[in-house]
Design a protein around this ligand. Sequence first.
Ligand code: NAD
Length: 703
Amino acid sequence: MSATESLHPCSEYTTQDRTAVIAMRNPPVNGLGLALRSSIIAGIERAIADPAIDAIVLIGSDKAFSGGADIKEFGSPLAFAEPNLPTVIEAIERSRKPVIAAISGACMGGGLELALGCHFRIALADAQIALPEVKLGLLPGAGGTQRLPRLVGVKMALDLIVTGNTVPAKLLAGTALFDQVVGGDLAHAAIAFATRVVAEGWALKRARDQVIDDPDAQSAIQAARASVAAAAGPFPAPGKCIDVVEAGLASFDAGIGHERAAFVELLQSPESRALRHVFLGERAATRIDDVPESTATRPILRVGVIGAGTMGGGIAMNFVNAGIPVRLLETSPAALERGLATIARNYQGALKKGKLSQEDFDRRMAAIEPTLSYDDLADVDLVIEAVYEDLEVKRTVFGELDRVAKLGAILATNTSTLDVDRIAAFTGRPQDVVGLHFFSPANVMRLLEVVRGAKTGKDVLATVMKLAKAIKKLPVVSGVCDGFIGNRMINQYSAQAMQLIEEGALPTQVDRVLENFGFAMGPFRMSDLAGGDIGWAIRKRQYAENPSMRREVIADRLAELGRYGQKTGKGWYNYVSGDRSAHPAPEVDALIGAMRVADGTRVREIPDAEIRDRLVYALVNEGARILAEGIAQRASDIDMVYLNGYGFPLHRGGPMLYADEIGLANVATRMREFAALPGADTTFWQPAPLLARLAESGGRFNA
Ligand code: NAD
């Protein structure tokens, strides 16, 4: 082997006998950024120009041949700057000397398209193959939709392109995608293969030249269309993937033109912008601006959970699912037994569905150790309390924890509404106290609001952010305020829903509008699910604290009537036992009508668009305040909270991105229109200062 030469910081060029090896070196996954693309072209040109070279091997690292586009170039002009990926692929395909892709690790998206442009491909059996662009609302835009069907058949190609799923290379062995699927030393095998190609004078294979001669192509297209019609919802990309594959059945050139046009169209679609926002937003959410990634974390090997009610049981499940044993503390044997029975019932559901083995069931149940004594929490590394939402109860619990917990243990509260700083002050170690706000059902919902107290230690934050990942949650940091990010915003939304009812809308209309917007559930069905008693209890506390507060008279009346929702079979809707579907409740509509008359309210018919905008902009305006106050670190964090905790429609990317898309000037104008409506709450509809400023300057929340 010749001396290694660095062509460029992004790749190495070496030779072995008469074969050139271009090794991509752009960690972590050989993202195909401009520098790497340029260096591949340079390597190919150099090998072609060198009379001592007969063949070229293009190889990646153990971790990745290439994971595709470089996310650092996402949304920047660099992503498409020349040489862009199609240019690189054409240069390879045109080469007179054979180019062999040697594939290990991730070979995804643009990485797979690059390999498809090579004349031969040799892969490790466990290399991971995918075209995941559809998950970002796109399609493979560098020939993937055209070359792949020519190598693996139309049906298999559609499966991969339309779902974006990953398969191991060995599953595609035997198709024309791979000339060899091997184990062991990939570079060695690739060089041997290259030598043989040259020695035996093999003709170069170009995927683009293959004719699609697949009798089942049309039926595969139809089957794919049927499943997309059933599952794609508002997203255009899956259907477009099928269109471009179909366009390429006639000829590669026809297909590639179609692919290019569809790619550009999807790139500019709001749905794709939303999905790319989510992709980047989830990564951003895990970072805390003033907590460096290098911050040392505390080991969490054993966890305590206090309270085995609705939340405590679900919280405990998260940890044992991740292999972290839990001590579960309650006030009585009966409460412990009830809590454990609920956990067992949950796992039995998974067991029956075949999602959990009996062995795992036994292991998980055994990993939960029930106790009635705080002394049993002396050796845990983290305690999360999920006891009643009452500051005095929390005071007792944190007093006990301060007494027994070992030095350095993290003390967390799952409170939804109480002041984390006051709770921290119940201990002599506020630096160890943090809010971990799980959402119900806690074993299912992905969102975890990490509530950062004034004194919470940076290492505590770094530890819980890392732990969140281990238990498969999406952590979003919130500062301390009433309701944190999510509930503080939802309170404004719910208040608008209620006000619309008083002004003339009915719960069914409001729910229909929000469900058409894309929410999983409208606010009234949501309230029936959560239980009207919970909101009522919170309101009673708020009325007592703030007597001038506007009262939600209709909701209060329903609660007084015991119409709590699903749990009592009656709420805003009626329910029949054993069924969660909401049936209209004419008696509620009549009650609403009667209360409006008694109140002398001037009732009007409310347009659907007004309902949508008042509810969504109520979220947006509170979001703007939360951002300006630094309660949320960034607008995308608010969006991640809403997408993962509140059923905000994914294709809209969250309330803040939605407002950006509408245009903040339009949002502010609309809010001022609401302020001018008869009887409107003019203060409420004042755009928050940040929103007003951005509206004026043409800015965005998500800059
Ligand atoms: P819950 O009433 O279902 O459960 C509370 C449990 O705590 C009960 O089993 C009770 O026996 C136990 N408990 C009470 N005092 C205790 C003490 N001193 N020591 C040990 N155990 C004690 O309540 P929940 O809905 O699980 O709520 C618990 C906490 O989680 C509250 O702070 C609540 O605000 C918060 N939270 C609730 C939800 C939700 O949707 N239910 C969501 C997020 C956060």
